[in-house]
Design a protein around this ligand. Sequence first.
Ligand code: HEM
Length: 118
Amino acid sequence: MINYEIYKMIHVFMVVIMFTYFGIQIYAKDKVKMAAMWSGIASLLILVSGMGLLARIGVSHTEGWPFWVIFKLGVWTLITIATPIIIKRAKGFSKNWLYVMFLMLLTVIYMVQYKPEF
Ligand code: HEM
């Protein structure tokens, strides 16, 4: 059974991997297939390890989730779905989108540290 510490190591490592490979794709002139593959794998493993962490800290997968988890899932969904579309269809905007992603990352780190309830 994977414990809390291992899940968190995977989770944070995959956050770094996902941002790195999205960054590579945003600054690359042409399509970088390997980077697209790794950003996809990393975003999936963020979700899987996030669910694992929820179970380890006692947040049920069926009952109502705290606001900070719903917020993080929203940010994850937005980054995972919008970024490949922006890279493909709005390359000129993609560098600005990277700043938006960093801002969302900072907000997510704040949310997971303080877990504010509204
Ligand atoms: C882009 C999306 C995400 C980012 C950048 C992110 C970032 C992080 C970071 C940096 C931590 C470690 C905080 C610490 O050291 O205490 C963390 C913990 C955690 N994340 Fe995420 N995460 C993301 C998505 C998700 C998703 C989708 C879920 C759930 C489905 C999730 C659930 C959790 C949980 C449960 C913890 C542990 C909280 C605790 O120990 O109290 N995360 N996340």
